[in-house]
Design a protein around this ligand. Sequence first.
Ligand SMILES: [Zn+2]
Length: 410
Amino acid sequence: MNPTTLFYILIGIIIVKFLFDTYIDALNSKHYNDEIPNELKGIYDKNEYLKSQEYKKVNYKFSLFSSIFSITTTLLFFFFDGFAIVDNLAQSFSNNSVIITLIFFGIIVFASDILTTPFSYYKTFVIEEKFGFNKTSKKTFVLDKIKGWVMMAIVGGGLLALITWFYQLTTTNFWLYAWALISFFTIFMNLFYSKLIVPLFNKQTPLEEGELKTAIESFANKIGFKLNNIFVIDGSKRSTKANAYFSGFGTQKRITLFDTLINDLETNEIVAVLAHEVGHYKRKHIIYNLLLSIILTGFTFYILSLLVGNLTLSQALGVESASFHIGLIAFGILYSPISEITSLFMNALSRKFEYQADNYAKEKFEAKALISSLKKLSKNSLSNLTPHHLYVKIHYSHPTLLQRILNLKK
Ligand SMILES: [Zn+2]
């Protein structure tokens, strides 16, 4: 294929994806004023409902504006040979392909982060602030940025350097080594993320003795589940929105409850949320998700290995000689339609798992408490009660509130 044709195929993929996303967002926004289903009536009073409508609209406009900005800068970068310019710059520092790759991606990632920072600043300090969600101080915001960059440089840079090095050493077989590396890293992170990474950003304390802990222990005894690691995280440092999650397996399994969740919900509602999280573990969702992501990674690296050395990929982006980092960029775009499809599948699976975890909580604890906790959590985050079904299929990792309540009431 000639490089110019490939260039326009890449541009085509970027534009089609943008148009499709914009269409689905617009479709979803057309349904903000739909009548609220009977099951969900009474979640918001009139004022809260108006506030939630306003919140949805503000977020919709904001995301439309930021995606237009993002596609404009991306297209400008493509048409003005941005990759070739950054490649030249990186080549001027070193002849070593590992170092060139690191400098190349360092510049691109850092520059795009700087460009998007005003957007995340606006989202946090204007939109979330206006609706009373924001608790992030300016200092936390800046520190988060800096910590994020350092982590990215060490972890992201380290992995990228190793993968580039594998490619240099083994060319066609590099995907096997890269796959092994990322698989190991994924499992390691699942086990130790809470211990190694979370403390850089948040404080976690073991759940203290009291009514809640007693209630949780009696539930854990009833189902014969060892629950030694229940931690409370200071989510209130950044936002009033609440959450809970399960991570790790074996001796590293733990449940993390946001302090905001504990503030917002009654004891039996929190136990219901916890029962749902235990359901994820009991139904082996943690392991299935890990396995699937490892299989997908292998598949992606394999396809990458077939394409990355191709000279046309580099030439399409204005670089004369084939190089790993340029090939990686072109591959990333060519592969994006496939990753859209896999993410569709992963979201469908995730929604299926959510039903299973809900069913577990219904069976082993009670449906009523879970329903009231879900309603409260939706209300407190001003969530959309009438999303469009296509939007749900594409973006939702959880079934809608209505779907979950209907399932719990079955
Ligand atoms: Zn869940």
